[in-house]
Design a protein around this ligand. Structure first.
Ligand SMILES: Cc1cc2nc3c(=O)[nH]c(=O)nc-3n(C[C@H](O)[C@H](O)[C@H](O)COP(=O)(O)O)c2cc1C
Length: 178
């Protein structure tokens, strides 16, 4: 699969088969996440793999609290992406009005998902969930943020066409286009 095909193929898969995710396959996705670029190479992330079925169920319930994500508790694995940001990097970004660590985390999560797609897995990035409840379940300290989770499993369902804005709407050369 060439890179463009991989990017086209990655999609949010919310329903999974009963096939277990092999540990070495999951490890490769995690290693791909860790290779993401980050501001000053700060690598402001930690990942928690939730593979205990009862804990997945509880995390899934907390993710469904806002009406979305009812399917999450049936995912074989959930990976929580935790922000582990050194103060220096926070201040650097803050002075520029940018949150580099969030960008870094997003790139690591996307690396994970692309690697997972290449290995035949399905993923869905989750941003809507009861963070306080899930942090309690996973033992994440109060002052530490956990902005995203990824559900992971072998997908049930077909690859869908992407719905995206066109090049004409989104790309301009040499000048901002309203
Ligand atoms: C930061 C972020 C948060 C998201 N949160 C959720 C979520 O809470 N629940 C969900 O079902 N999908 C969530 N998604 C998936 C998006 O809905 C999905 O990526 C988008 O609709 C495009 O579809 P595709 O991933 O299949 O290409 C999230 C995606 C991103 C990048």
């Amino acid at each position: 699969m060439d890179f463009y095909e991989l990017v086209e193929r990655r999609q949010s898969d919310r329903h999974y088969s009963s096939r277990q995710v092999e540990p070495e396959v999951l490890q490769k996705c995690l290693r791909a996440a860790l290779l993401a670029p980050s501001d000053h190479n700060t690598q402001p992330w930690k990942f928690i793999v939730v593979d205990d079925p009862e804990l997945v169920r509880q995390v899934g319930e907390a993710a469904a609290g806002y009406g979305m994500n009812k399917w999450t508790s049936k995912a074989p694995i959930i990976v929580a992406a935790v922000l582990d940001q050194p103060m220096g990097s926070f201040l650097g970004g803050f002075l520029l009005g940018k949150n580099f660590a969030l960008m870094d985390l997003g790139m690591a999560v996307e690396n994970f998902c692309l690697q997972a797609t290449d290995l035949g897995l399905g993923t869905c990035i989750l941003g809507s969930f009861n963070e306080i409840k899930i942090k309690k379940l996973l033992g994440i300290p109060r002052g530490v943020r956990m902005p995203l989770m990824i559900s992971v499993g072998y997908p049930r369902g077909l690859v869908r066409d992407k719905k995206r804005k066109s090049i004409e709407e989104t790309v301009s050369y040499n000048k901002y286009n309203k």
